[in-house]
Design a protein around this ligand. Structure first.
Ligand code: DX5
Ligand code: ZN
Length: 216
């Protein structure tokens, strides 16, 4: 059964940054719950995006929670800077070099909510030692690095496994390839925080896409 909790987090990676204020206002008015902010370092993933400086600018454009997804090596070196810049949630990966556990602790102490993000090959079992240390598990349904990829359907059973392992309180987030067409299916699988970039910002009418996604 789908959870009662449903939060939609448009991914700003797909927004037009030359009109960021308008893009944010449009989807916020259409009912966005959070904004998802993708931080990439060109090492853990083959793409570069933004640092704390940009997060600080985004912070001035909205009061909604900023869900910062750190796809970076050594997240413990940067977690505090992103929280100071305005991140409400910090997601870090266990796969790259660095100390994810320490990064989560730093984020929590700095005042953000800690979340772990796992790539498609990383099993829920392999991260169960994080139980009690995280408030959200972000289960990737693509290999991170770029928006606009196709959702890997084989990742969906991980939501039920995560619920078993992490218990009822941990939020389960989906990121990668969510569309209006597969929205119902990802919800039924147990995803509660729905990240969507391309499906919202590349739609002819992002506000309508935002509402359609919620209905789906
Ligand atoms: C990819 C990012 C995603 C991305 C999702 O590495 O983590 O958040 O923005 O984009 P779509 O919704 O287009 O798959
Ligand atoms: Zn992301």
């Amino acid at each position: 059964m789908a959870s009662q909790r449903l939060l939609i987090a448009p991914s700003l990676l797909a927004a037009d940054f030359s009109r960021l204020r308008d893009e944010i206002q449009t989807v916020e008015a259409a009912g966005a719950d959070w904004f998802h902010v993708d931080i990439m370092d060109g090492h853990f993933v083959p793409n570069l995006t933004m640092g704390p400086f940009i997060v600080e600018a985004i912070r001035k454009l909205t009061k909604l929670p900023l869900d910062c997804h750190l796809m970076i090596e050594y997240p413990e070196q940067y977690a505090e800077a992103f929280v100071k810049a305005g991140a409400d949630w910090i997601s870090v990966h266990p796969e790259p070099p660095g100390d994810a556990r320490k990064a989560l602790e730093i984020a929590r102490r700095a005042g953000a909510r800690p979340s772990l993000a796992i790539n498609p090959p990383t099993t829920v079992q392999s991260v169960q030692s994080f139980r009690g240390e995280i408030e959200m598990l972000l289960i990737m349904t693509i290999f991170p690095g770029f928006g606009g990829q196709k959702l890997m359907i084989e990742c969906l059973p991980k939501y039920a496994q995560a619920r078993e392992v992490f218990g009822p309180d941990v939020l389960l987030e989906i990121d990668g390839g969510v569309t209006i067409e597969n929205g119902g299916e990802v919800r039924a699988a147990g995803a509660e925080v729905i990240v969507a970039g391309t499906a919202i910002f590349h739609a002819p009418d992002p506000a309508a896409a935002m509402r359609a996604l919620r209905k789906a």
